[in-house]
Design a protein around this ligand. Structure first.
Ligand SMILES: NC(=O)c1ccc[n+]([C@@H]2O[C@H](COP(=O)([O-])OP(=O)(O)OC[C@H]3O[C@@H](n4cnc5c(N)ncnc54)[C@H](OP(=O)(O)O)[C@@H]3O)[C@@H](O)[C@H]2O)c1
Length: 171
């Protein structure tokens, strides 16, 4: 099969609390358990490739999620999964791949490096505050300029918002 030589769409998918907390480094896990948000993650990413950091990969059991090829950023090597030593190497690989979209699934360092390259963000805003020391990078000052909200779904405990990078008015 010929490769398209075209950058895929990079979609960040994340859940954060009001202080941008996404995780806890001691527990290496999510600070909360919202089954409806996990279902949303599963539904949204099903069949699509995921790019994530080594710790996040270990936190999901150290093996790819069903029907979602996983690509890992790490300075090391992991058995049975494609690893990249930096995001540029990963992006070069995806450029020549058949993927039209890649989901960026965390954690903090991966979000931070990939945020400037992201075309879209699907963000679950958890309403309650949680303890945790792993945070999503601050982006909220860019809403309305860099990021345009295109969709919003309300749940009792959280709101799921979709943002696309605003390309400005095209002529
Ligand atoms: N709420 C959410 O939506 C969400 C999503 C994902 C994760 N989380 C949570 O976040 C926490 C894990 O995140 P984390 O930030 O601590 O770790 P992480 O980003 O998952 O993994 C960090 C490791 O990934 C590698 N890495 C990261 N960025 C890299 C880069 N640009 N280039 C090369 N390698 C890179 C390094 O691996 P080596 O040390 O092997 O070199 C680094 O030590 C957990 O608590 C997890 O549950 C939350």
């Amino acid at each position: 099969m010929s490769s398209p030589d075209k950058s895929p769409i990079y979609t960040i998918i994340v859940a954060h609390d009001p202080d941008l907390v996404i995780g806890d480094s001691a527990a290496q896990d999510l600070p909360w358990h919202y089954p409806e948000d996990l279902k949303h993650f599963k539904r949204t990413t099903m069949g699509q490739p995921l790019l994530m950091g080594r710790i996040t990969f270990e936190s999901i059991g150290g093996k790819p999620l069903p029907n979602r090829p996983c690509y890992i950023l790490t300075s090391g090597k992991l058995e049975g999964v494609r690893c990249f030593s930096d995001h540029r190497q990963a992006m070069d690989y995806f450029y020549t791949s058949r993927y039209q979209r890649v989901f960026v699934a965390g954690g903090a360092g991966v979000y931070k490096t990939m945020l400037p390259h992201a075309d879209e963000m699907i963000i679950t805003e958890i309403k309650k505050r949680y303890e945790g020391d792993v945070r999503f990078p601050e982006y909220r000052h860019d809403i309305g300029t860099v990021w345009k909200e295109t969709d919003r779904t309300e749940h009792p405990d959280f709101v799921i918002k979709t943002y696309i990078r605003d390309q400005g008015d095209e002529v």
